[in-house]
Design a protein around this ligand. Structure first.
Ligand code: NAI
Length: 258
């Protein structure tokens, strides 16, 4: 399968974690990929290039879009994956933290889209995938800045999808659940913490970066040619649940106790 033969992509935050898996997946299906990250990637290859890019900096963002076009002549796919987590209840949250979370998770997507959309238009269309989070769909404890920043990404995705539709550019959001990367791994490093987290996941396990890459590849490909403005959760079923207790399980436990 070579769904991305002749296609050129940019993946922000593509040096590790979910982004690195997306780079590998796109390349394995024929794409040429420019990694835009503050840190250099471990993976190299004939079809992988890297430019040090802080996605909060509009000059860096413009430079990486130009670099992709200069090197490979076009831009077809933009994956806005760079992001940071944040914990803290509002009274204790520093203003600078709120600003930083929004700068990386939300404002950066405006910057990359602003730079990339005209180039995609010139090429006759494209696909943009914004990596939001299930934490953009619902609230979490002590994650106000993150919840708000990702919620904004989700509605911005819809707006972009409308504005870009007539240019043949599809825009969709991917909402991962718990994926074990360096960002999330500390939360589940301890076996008791892990059980506590996984208890909430209907599939009973965390997700792998490769599983997010597979969904992003679908959204980026012509297989998703009629999909735009979609908000796709890949979360092992977490957001299928209202959050109410598992009543049948409780009845079973009660019977077991006699
Ligand atoms: P990660 O921390 O492993 O990787 C993030 C990458 O983004 C790193 O390579 C980092 O250098 C880069 N980055 C950070 N700030 C940057 C900046 N200013 N400019 C350019 N690059 C920058 O994180 P992970 O887990 O791979 O997350 C990727 C995306 O997925 C993020 O947007 C995150 O919010 C989202 N996500 C992750 C989940 C998880 O459980 N791991 C769950 C839901 C969403």
């Amino acid at each position: 399968m070579a769904r991305f033969e002749g296609k050129v992509a940019i993946v922000t935050g593509g040096s590790r974690g979910i982004g690195a898996a997306m780079v590998a997946r796109l390349v394995s299906e024929g794409a040429k990929v420019m990694v835009a990250d503050v840190n250099a990637p471990d993976q190299t290859g004939e079809h992988i290039a890297f430019l040090t890019t802080d996605v909060t900096n509009s000059a860096d963002v413009a430079a990486v879009v130009s670099a992709a076009r200069e090197k490979w002549g076009r831009l077809d796919i933009l994956i806005n994956n760079a992001g940071i987590g944040s914990l803290g209840e509002t009274p204790d949250l520093e203003e600078e933290v709120w600003e930083r979370v929004f700068a990386i998770n939300t404002r950066a997507i405006f910057l990359t889209c602003k730079a990339a959309i005209p180039v995609m238009r010139d090429g006759g269309g494209g696909a943009i995938i914004n990596v939001a989070s299930i934490s953009g769909l619902l609230g979490d404890f002590a994650m106000g800045a993150y919840n708000a920043s990702k919620g904004a990404v989700i509605n911005y995705t819809r707006s972009l999808a409308l504005d870009c539709a007539r240019d043949g550019i599809r825009v969709n959001a991917l909402c991962p659940g718990l994926i074990e990367t360096e960002m999330a791994a500390p939360a589940v490093a301890d076996p008791i913490d892990r059980a506590f987290w996984l208890d909430r996941v209907p599939l009973g396990r965390s997700g792998r970066p490769e599983e997010m890459a597979a969904v992003a590849a679908f959204l980026a490909s012509d297989d998703a040619s009629y999909v735009t403005g979609a908000i796709l959760a890949a979360d092992g079923g977490v957001t299928a649940h209202t959050g109410q207790p598992n009543a049948p399980e409780r009845i079973r436990q009660r019977k077991l106790r006699g």
